[in-house]
Design a protein around this ligand. Structure first.
Ligand code: ADP
Ligand code: MG
Length: 305
């Protein structure tokens, strides 16, 4: 009632201005559409013509918008939105669907720590996992089994995924980690060749912190194992100790490699200290115990091959 009496007290010419602007704005279909959605009296609506025009404009931008980068609104990712409060209107900035997705993504991605791994894999998604060859089908079945068991607090095995360069091994495991990150499961992806190089140079500094992190993180991917320049120290003190700990603690560990387990054993057998078959054998036994062996053989997906 109070609002109505304010209107009644308005001078005729002010009133006419308001009305004129409002009627003019109604010629814009987006404005009309927005106003219809609000289901309020014209008397109320016309006091907000200019703000409603801004909103209608922003709604219009959103209609055919392909993504956040193309946002034309005043505040990227947000829509200036009218909200009905009783018989009046207030305005607020509401995140658009792209922005909401982005915020969710940033939230769950905090659960995945990358150690020298490419940030591009943060976008890996199950949606893109092609199921048309048998290997991938088996693999995605195991992904499902893994997620079910993990959720039930059982201790499913990780995966040893080997195959040619560029077949999407890293991508697939990253997609699994992303899915689990949405359920608040923490994981780490370690690009082994670079990580070992860095460890040597950061020895005694943040080495212990990083190493303890990957030792104890709930899910770990050792990415591209077998592509590193191996020393006996890296094999025994770093990889061996890490695997021993994770095996005893039942912490699922994943591996990707261009080498199958037999080739990896040969790789582990020869270091700068000569050939040590027994030590290599012990590491392979741990990996076989902790992870199911899968091969990926499809085409190279890299564009820069
Ligand atoms: P690998 O680890 O086997 O060498 P990657 O996982 O690095 O292969 O994949 C190679 C490239 O192909 C990467 O750029 C990756 O983002 C892309 N890629 C892999 N699998 C898919 C997929 N299912 N959908 C879309 N892109 C993919
Ligand atoms: Mg890879």
């Amino acid at each position: 009632m109070k609002k109505l009496s304010n209107l009644v007290q308005m001078k005729d010419e002010d009133w006419n201005d308001l009305k004129q602007n409002y009627v003019k704005a109604l010629k814009n279909p987006s404005f009309m559409e927005l106003v219809n959605l609000l289901e309020l009296e014209d008397d109320v609506l016309m006091k907000y013509t200019s703000s409603l025009e801004t909103s209608a404009n922003e709604y219009h931008h959103c209609k055919n918008c392909p993504g956040l980068k193309s946002c034309k609104n005043e505040i990227q990712g947000y829509l200036y939105t009218p909200k009905k409060v009783g018989s009046d209107i207030t305005f607020e900035y509401v995140a658009c669907s792209y922005q909401q997705k982005e915020e969710e993504r940033q939230n769950y991605q905090k659960n995945i720590t990358l150690f020298e791994a490419s940030t591009a894999i943060r976008n890996a998604s199950f949606k893109d996992v092609n199921r048309d060859d048998r290997n991938r089908l088996e693999l995605s079945r195991y992904f499902k089994e893994f997620m079910d068991q993990y959720e039930k607090k059982e201790h499913p095995k990780g995966i040893y995924l080997h195959g040619n360069f560029g077949t999407g091994k890293t991508y697939l495991i990253a997609a699994l980690f992303n899915e689990l990150a949405k359920k608040n499961v923490r994981s780490a992806i370690v690009y082994v060749p670079e990580f070992l190089r860095q460890l040597k140079s950061s020895f005694n500094t943040d080495y212990t912190l990083k190493y303890d992190y990957i030792k104890t993180v709930p899910l770990l991917l050792l990415d591209d194992i077998g592509a590193e320049n191996l020393t006996s120290w890296a094999r025994d003190e770093i990889i061996g100790t890490l695997l021993q700990y994770r095996m005893e603690e039942n912490l699922p560990t994943f591996f990707t490699s261009n080498l199958d387990l037999k080739q990896l054993e040969e790789h582990f057998a020869s270091t700068n200290s000569g050939v040590e078959k027994l030590k290599a054998r012990r590491i392979i036994e741990r990996i076989s115990y902790m992870a199911k062996d899968f091969q990926l053989t499809s085409k190279n997906r890299r564009v820069d091959k």
